[in-house]
Design a protein around this ligand. Structure first.
Ligand SMILES: [Zn+2]
Length: 141
């Protein structure tokens, strides 16, 4: 029986569900799926310039586990770039640090530390979706 993986903490969810290729006409892209913990390693290491030790703390994993996730993420991103394939952000053994919401009217994303989460803080719409549902994740701590 496989050992149950401990879930990795995601602080900020991706603002989009993926990226599609540009300049390729009439060809269906064979997409590459980047798991959300893989996305998070790239965000923390390459975008925020944290060390691997710092990123491991942020994601609540060991440093070797962080390195393994990051290597897999880089291979997938490189594959998408070189082979011209869409990148989809989906799945993963993760939980969000806070409850994040996305506004279906203006597409803003926000977390619920503000007092009122029944309306979008940007456009005041009440058409909100939980990002846990958006990415098909359950919330667990
Ligand atoms: Zn809005």
């Amino acid at each position: 029986m496989p050992r149950k993986k401990r879930n990795r903490r995601i602080q900020v969810p991706p603002v989009i569900k993926g990226m599609s290729v540009f300049g390729v006409r009439g060809r269906k892209s064979n997409e590459v799926t980047l798991r959300l913990e893989e996305y998070e390693t790239i965000r923390l290491l390459d975008y925020q310039h944290l060390t691997q030790e710092q990123a491991a703390v942020h994601m609540n994993v060991s440093r070797p586990t962080l390195t393994r996730i990051y290597e897999e993420a880089r291979i997938k991103v490189a594959t998408a770039f070189v082979e011209g394939r869409d990148l989809i952000f989906r799945g993963g053994d993760i939980y969000f640090d806070k409850n994040w919401f996305k506004c279906n009217s203006c597409q803003a994303s926000f977390s619920n530390y503000s007092a009122d989460t029944s309306h979008c803080p940007v456009c005041n719409s009440s058409d909100l979706i939980s990002l846990n549902e958006f990415y098909g994740q359950s919330t667990e701590k």
